[in-house]
Design a protein around this ligand. Structure first.
Ligand code: HEC
Ligand code: HEC
Ligand code: HEC
Ligand code: HEC
Length: 409
């Protein structure tokens, strides 16, 4: 037990370190970060989530980029593609037995969570997953050379002087600022590249982050400048105001359906790769290329990334099968005769949401696991969209209503 304690003592320090790694402001700006808005059902608060991550002792077992315990996985480093609300609820469900086992072993008191707290933790987990791992300066330098950037750009003394010296941008740690600069200057860069017979260099997912790390490592003077995390709500509005919506979806891909990268830096690289075709199409369609500030681009990127958290529509019929196959019906009969609570909440007019399910599972996991063990059942595991379908079933009209509450405070 002792070995976990040290992380809980210093949330403020941990928040500071995290913020600096991310190129974000410290406490103050994170406090305003609201991923809620037009997309995503969760609407939690990242900063509150980060506090709860410490208060609820998640940090004793989980790190975010090495800041925290090592019992569970580092939540900043597990990144297997997109994760929707329903999938996150499924992932948390699957890990309950192991997590409870660890908690028992280490003598933890049980921790209850309210739905609001769970929503905040969801917001934090999504946010952390969208961040890029810190870049590697050595790789960044070789990328600048390999991609031909240093044919035109100087950093320190090396490189040609056709484009501006990039060193001064080292004040910005956030790849968003770079994406914005590159977006803004793409037309001129394309011209310059055409003149020197160069092809538009394509950047891979992590290239930009390494480039930023390299430029920062060249020891730029001046105050470091940080950004606020993007706001989904503002991004939703900007996506329209900045004409993105004229082509997306339409002549451009539907970004909600596209296989987009899940991190900020990788998404920025993707936009860079598509810049020439986008610019050409803008000329053809007579759409003006609206200038973007870094903060605006951060908001737009937050919006695009949040599109990836939205669950696809679940199928109630499939959910009914999931309910049967996973054995939920063995205890949760939906006719009110069983001792386990009925799960549908239709009578209250409230939805069984992913956050509700995760909260309920968190608070009741211990009892449920015990009952399952008694009944000789193994803990059911949810894959892919099974949780989404199950939620659709519980919210559909054929499931009888009940007044279940997920507990917590
Ligand atoms: C006593 C240790 C412990 C505590 C406390 C704990 N966890 Fe975990 N957690 C684990 C372990 C161990 C796993 C991996 C389980 C597995 O592999 O099946 C895990 C897995 C997870 C995962 C899935 C990660 C993945 O693989 O995608 C999430 C998300 C998660 N925990 C969130 C939380 C949150 C949020 C809290 C606080 C409310 C918390 N955990 C508290 C030990 C803990
Ligand atoms: C063929 C020459 C050329 C190449 C190759 C090139 N750039 Fe540029 N770059 C320019 C020019 C010229 C500008 C100034 C454009 C303007 O003023 O609108 C510029 C501007 C920029 C800016 C904005 C800098 C500022 O101070 O405003 C950034 C950031 C940038 N380039 C990054 C890159 C990266 C990263 C690469 C490699 C992937 C790259 N460039 C490749 C010519 C080039
Ligand atoms: C005039 C039409 C047009 C406008 C306006 C436009 N785009 Fe695009 N966008 C496209 C096209 C076409 C592509 C596909 C380019 C390609 O295949 O190379 C694209 C690709 C993208 C991609 C990569 C998608 C993928 O599947 O990899 C992103 C991200 C993107 N655009 C974001 C934006 C944002 C943000 C804005 C507003 C600031 C915007 N676009 C404005 C036409 C447009
Ligand atoms: C072995 C019996 C058993 C099985 C199988 C079982 N549960 Fe439970 N479940 C319970 C009991 C008992 C409770 C009440 C626990 C408590 O009061 O802390 C409960 C509580 C819950 C709650 C909280 C409901 C509320 O009103 O607070 C949810 C949500 C839930 N279960 C979902 C499921 C799902 C989904 C499945 C199938 C994957 C499932 N359970 C399988 C016994 C079971």
């Amino acid at each position: 037990m002792i070995r976990y304690r040290r992380w809980r003592r210093s949330p403020a320090r941990a928040i500071g370190t995290l913020s600096v790694c991310l190129g974000l402001f410290g406490l103050r700006s994170l406090a305003g970060a609201q991923p809620g808005g037009a997309v995503g059902t969760v609407g939690g608060d990242i900063m509150r989530g980060w506090r709860e991550f410490h208060d609820k002792m998640c940090v004793e077992c989980h790190a975010v980029w090495d800041q925290g315990g090592r019992v569970g996985p580092d939540l900043g480093r597990i990144r297997a593609g997109r994760l929707t609300d329903g999938q996150l609820a499924g992932v948390m469900w699957n890990h309950i037995p192991k997590m409870l086992g660890q908690m028992r072993e280490t003598g933890y008191p049980p921790v209850t969570l309210s739905q609001e707290e769970m929503a905040d933790l969801f917001a934090l987990i999504f946010f952390v997953r969208q961040l890029d791992e810190p870049g590697d300066p050595v790789r960044g330098e070789s990328i600048l050379r390999a991609k031909g950037c240093s044919e035109c750009h100087q950093t320190r003394a090396a490189g040609a002087g056709i484009g501006p010296d990039l060193a001064k941008w080292g004040r910005y740690a956030n790849p968003i600022v770079w994406a914005q600069l590159m977006w803004e200057h793409a037309p001129m860069m394309e011209e310059a590249m055409k003149r020197s017979g160069m092809k538009w260099p394509k950047l891979d997912g992590t290239d930009l982050v390494h480039i930023v790390a390299y430029v920062r490592s060249t020891g730029t003077s001046g105050e470091k400048i940080y950004l606020n995390p993007g706001s989904v709500a503002r991004g939703t509005a900007l996506f329209r105001e900045k004409s993105c919506q004229q082509c997306h979806p339409g002549t451009g891909p539907d970004l909600a359906a596209a296989e987009l990268p899940v991190s900020v830096g990788a998404l920025a690289s993707r936009m860079w790769n598509h810049s020439p075709s986008m610019m050409q199409m803008m000329v053809e369609k007579d759409v003006s290329r609206a200038p973007l500030t870094p903060q605006e681009l951060a908001d737009i990127v937050a919006y695009i990334l949040a599109l990836g958290n939205v669950d696809p529509r679940g199928t109630s019929a499939r959910g009914k099968d999931v309910f049967a196959q996973k054995g939920c019906g063995q205890c949760h009969q939906q006719d009110g005769k069983s001792r386990a609570p009925r799960l549908s909440r239709r009578e209250q007019g409230t939805e069984v949401s992913a956050v509700y399910m995760a909260t309920a599972m968190w608070n009741h996991g211990e009892t449920m696991l015990a009952r399952m063990t008694e009944a000789g059942l193994s803990w059911p595991v949810f894959n892919e969209l099974e949780m989404v379908d199950l939620l659709a079933f519980l919210n559909a009209s054929e499931a009888p209503p009940s007044v279940a509450d997920p507990g917590g405070r």
